[in-house]
Design a protein around this ligand. Sequence first.
Ligand code: PLP
Length: 384
Amino acid sequence: MASMAEVARLKEAGREVLSLNIGEPDFAPPAAAIEAAIHALRDGDTKYGPAQGLATLRAAIRDKLARDNGLDYRPEDILVASGAKQIIFAAAGATLDPGDEVIVPAPYWVSYPDIVTFFEGKPVLVPCQASAGFKLTPDQLSAHLTARTRWLFLNSPGNPSGAVYSAEELAALGAVLAEHPRVLVMSDEIYEPFTYGAHRFVSTGTACPALVPRLLTVNGFSKGYAMTGLRLGYGAGPRWLIDACTKLITQDTSCANSISQAAALAALSSPPDYLAGHLAEYESRGRRLAQAIDAIPGLSCAPPQGSFYLFPSVAGLLGKTAPDGTVITDDAAFVAYLIRHAGVVTIPGAAFGLSPYIRLSFATETSTLARAAEKIADAVRRLT
Ligand code: PLP
């Protein structure tokens, strides 16, 4: 919050601000999705729809899950909602009793613990180290399962770490869960299209078929189709869970937005090359930014695996002093220093439950990234 006030102050003072904190793609949705939204409005598609989502869209999502992910869901097992976030919120609301535990590997997307806490559940935060690729290991999972564990939340490709779980890694987690049949699994696959180099996305349900009866696969249109503001996501899972979530959404938003559903239906049938160019661009940006950051003494940054974030360590800078006498005690202090002295906005690892790291988004044009890297290097040089 203090950082946001500082950003506002810099902007007011006419200072250049480079935002590497953006959590949404900087490319446009598929043209067909925009056209479909306009047509839907013109054709009077402005009424309430089914709480579970349009049957045509759920059928198209079923086809997508079968084609891209090897998952065999029926349209009745699919719920369309106002964003992946609403699916996760509904699932937590429909299943958590006070005190129920949810295992959340850290670093995590900021909303997971807050959603769990909102429903009086207990987030069990498990720090996943850089040496393990920021991924939960089977031993860690085993050590944190209790009689109160209700869910394991997984996110691959990950926000903020970009970590991509392999099929073997997921299967190893699935093997641990075989002994704990009461535990549900939420697999947040919203960054599915964004993988780089040799890293390949695999759905948890494909890697762990035995988990499917207690698995909620979550995905949406915000990241892969750059439709964040249209608020459309979906979940696929066992019928009882989808029914319970639908009941909750019926008394919440009633149904997802009709225009957004028309856009999503068109997005799903957009040509396969829609994303190819963007992905090549993102991979090149991510690699270049990672190299530039890793070359700065005191920072260490691995090349991107997935999503559109880098999560470099700032451990080498802790204890250093800024020209104004401020000591860089932790990642939050470094982020505040970067805003103040370099006009570069990033997010501290602490916000995602793991320090000392910062999250940099490369969903921003190359020239901004290059300039931000130079400014970060210059700001680090001024630390003593
Ligand atoms: N899951 C993760 C890991 C995210 O990073 C985000 C958004 O930043 C979401 C879900 C939210 O997706 P939606 O816009 O579909 O609600």
